[in-house]
Design a protein around this ligand. Sequence first.
Ligand SMILES: [Mg+2]
Length: 350
Amino acid sequence: MKITGVQSVYPRYRVAPAAWRRHFWQMVVRIDTDIGVSGWGAGGGGIAAVEVINRHLRELLVGRSINSVEDVARLWDDQYKASLPYGRSGIAVMAISGVDLALWDVLGRAEGKSVCDLLGGRQRDEVRAYATGPDSTWYRDLGFNAHKSSQTRQGSQAADAARILEWAEGAHQTLGEDALLMIDAYMSWSPDFAVAVAQQLAPFNIYWFEDVLLPDDLDGLAALRPQIHPILLAGGEHEFTVRDFGHIASVRALDLWQPDVTWCGGLTATLRIAKLAQAHRIPVVPHRGGEIWGLHFLAAGYGDNLAEMVMGRRDAVRDKLWLGEPQPQEGHLVLPEGPGFGVEVNEELL
Ligand SMILES: [Mg+2]
């Protein structure tokens, strides 16, 4: 089949996602083909990425053939090269991510297969999910026993450390001694603070510290990594393509990689990152991996059996952009039936 149309749209969100600039949030890509099959994908980069797709990538894609996974990879390489003078990372790669995911969706729908099937088939009937947010009581009620909290620096070292300790005690009590607990520092900690907090948290078996330093500080991360052991140093949501992860691997900056499928270059880039991770024996837990785009990757047996669900608070109001996305049941996610990614876009928001 041949691509006949490429269109990116920035949704008319009714609820602006907390803590993100509205113009930077997720956009939607639609790809049409000459056999009447259309596919959908999501990417980051907001209205800037929409412009990259509609004013540049589209002209490379219309008229091109897409009949195999190899074709999707070839189109990825072509988009990367064409956008290289202004791209290689950031918004350009977030745009490519949305196109890439829409191409996987088209291919799956055309062949009557799920994306998971295109990746070799289901290896995990259900994927363990972890809940990100501040509401551990709600996560317990939903059946989660894995939880990540954001603990950014706010005041004095002593006050921040006390707050984190209080969270760990509370989460242990609420979710149980065996609960998997993680902390996201969102680039706000110093190495000294991370080491001090790691020591104080020793009784709580924290699984990882995420995004501790600025992602540019690979040497700092590499130096910190052994100092917080056995807590793992995690990161990667602000990295793009296998090239960035190659730099991380070469200085051994992180124990656990968290590429975002909708930002790092789509499923094609995530597969290349996973291959590199396997060669270095590094676990991969995709950023927001419980969203449908990462869930097919995880269900196909790639990465660790752990999917992030950004749950937020019990009473929060949310836009539902993708219809048919699975909700966690007893802390686990099951892939939906249906070809492609198995979801439909909510046209009301377009
Ligand atoms: Mg994070």
